[in-house]
Design a protein around this ligand. Structure first.
Ligand SMILES: NC(=O)c1ccc[n+]([C@@H]2O[C@H](COP(=O)([O-])OP(=O)(O)OC[C@H]3O[C@@H](n4cnc5c(N)ncnc54)[C@H](O)[C@@H]3O)[C@@H](O)[C@H]2O)c1
Length: 404
């Protein structure tokens, strides 16, 4: 069966590979020509998708990355995996989603099953995707949602062994979507409606956002005692029930945790319902980089103005090149705004705007570890007298003061 996946980022590529391995002929559509030609050359930025993976799929034969929308015409299943970010007012931006719908309505010619894996608020499939496609097409498509839960770089939980929540607008759509995912997902959860599935995805990430905000707030309180909330969390984690470990951090990043809760608060506002807990959690995590500067100054006993500072790791988490919403970037901006001279070292991200990753520098006034990718060798700092603080959200003890 020939299928198309619109959007070849973290989510779309991961699904393309797994579906092609399961025997589907996969067309991987992306509007980014450079990304497509990289994939055709066997190069991917997604952790776990190696040259060997792409070679074994026989790229072009079983997985054809392309910008050519005409290839949608005879696909029996079309999966949407485009970004659903927030706009400058932190409201949902569904422009990519609507553009993908327009492509489907213009180019798809079979009564295919349209599946959205993109995260959005409840009712998006029914009230945004379906009408956007039907606006330009008379074809009677089927519609389902199967929100992606992939955690790029996670070696234990992947697309195959993470239960997939699925629901269609009709019984036929649900059954066809379940039969598709059953070919490569070990467990399927059938939700009673697309709205339940869409809301479940938002609840999962809002749960993380709120709990991270809780430990971050706890970390502020613990600083008055000069103790690290990390140690408190470790101690609390010894309880085998009723507690789940979240680590304090300089904020949250990526395309999910800082973004998805904004989708649910937007939805709540549109229904005239207040959601103060989620809004406060968003605010706490959003303000974190500014608070951290105060915390660092208090701990070190001097102001950071005019100091030479190097940040280690600017990706939003270890092992990925993704810098979307990265709090490390926010911290760099804030430190530069107060007059510090900031360089950064990240051998995974390598480039950010027109700045290049710099070598680890033992002569800086302060080193800040934010995202310690496994590729990073910290021995230069270990073997020098550089003042270093560990601000990473990891249980690993890197050997420097952890002030969060
Ligand atoms: N990244 C994650 O870990 C993750 C996990 C679960 C769910 N999600 C959700 O999955 C969706 C996709 O996220 P992602 O991280 O894969 O995004 P991404 O930015 O990595 O990839 C999206 C791709 O879609 C392409 N694109 C955008 N509009 C297009 C269009 N109209 N036609 C063709 N291609 C188009 C972009 O060029 C890009 O390559 C989002 O809704 C996100 O919230 C992401």
């Amino acid at each position: 069966m020939k299928i198309a996946i619109i959007g070849q980022g973290y989510v779309g590529q991961t699904l393309s590979v797994v579906a092609a391995e399961a025997g589907y002929k996969v067309i991987g559509i992306d509007s980014n020509a450079e990304l497509v030609s990289n994939l055709l050359r066997g190069e991917s930025f997604v952790p776990g998708i190696t040259k060997e993976t792409l070679a074994s799929l026989n790229v072009k034969e079983n997985f054809l990355p392309s910008t050519n929308l005409e290839l949608l015409n005879d696909c029996e299943i079309i999966v949407i995996a485009v970004p659903t970010p927030i706009d400058i007012n932190r409201n949902p931006d569904l422009n990519y989603l609507v553009a993908a719908c327009k492509s489907i309505s213009t180019y798809a010619k079979l009564p295919s099953l349209i599946i959205s894996e993109s995260t959005s608020y409840p009712g998006t499939l029914r009230n945004v995707i379906k009408p956007a496609i039907e606006k330009y097409s008379d074809i009677e498509f089927q519609y389902a949602v199967a929100p992606e839960r992939v955690d790029p770089g996670n070696e234990k939980w992947n697309l195959k062994n993470t239960t997939r929540v699925i629901a269609g607008l009709t019984d036929t759509a649900t059954k066809t979507a379940i039969s598709f995912y059953s070919n490569f997902c070990q467990n399927i959860y059938r939700a009673s409606s697309p709205e339940v599935a869409e809301a479940a995805k938002l609840l999962e990430n809002t749960f993380r956002q709120v709990n991270i905000a809780l430990v971050n707030e706890f970390s502020n309180i613990m600083s008055s005692l000069d103790i690290s909330a990390n140690e408190v969390v470790e101690a609390a984690s010894s309880k085998p029930f009723g507690f789940m470990k979240f680590l304090p951090s300089i904020g949250v990043g990526g395309h999910c945790i800082p973004v998805d809760p904004e989708y649910i608060t937007y939805f709540a506002r549109s229904k005239g319902i207040s959601s103060p807990l989620i809004e406060t959690a968003n605010k706490i995590n959003f303000e974190r980089p500014t608070q951290i500067i105060d915390r660092i100054e208090k701990y070190l006993g001097f102001k950071l103005i005019g100091k030479r500072i190097q940040i280690v790791g600017i990706a939003y988490k270890s092992g990925v090149v993704d810098i979307r919403e990265s709090p490390a970037i926010e911290l760099i901006h804030k430190l530069r705004n107060i007059g510090a001279s900031v360089s950064w070292h990240d051998p995974v991200v390598k480039m950010w705007l027109d700045e290049k990753s710099t070598l680890l520098d033992p002569s800086v006034d302060l080193g800040l570890i934010i995202t310690p990718h496994s590729e990073i060798d910290l021995s230069v700092w270990k073997n020098s007298k550089t003042t270093v603080l560990d601000l990473s959200a990891t249980s690993q003890n890197l050997g420097w003061p952890r002030i969060l």
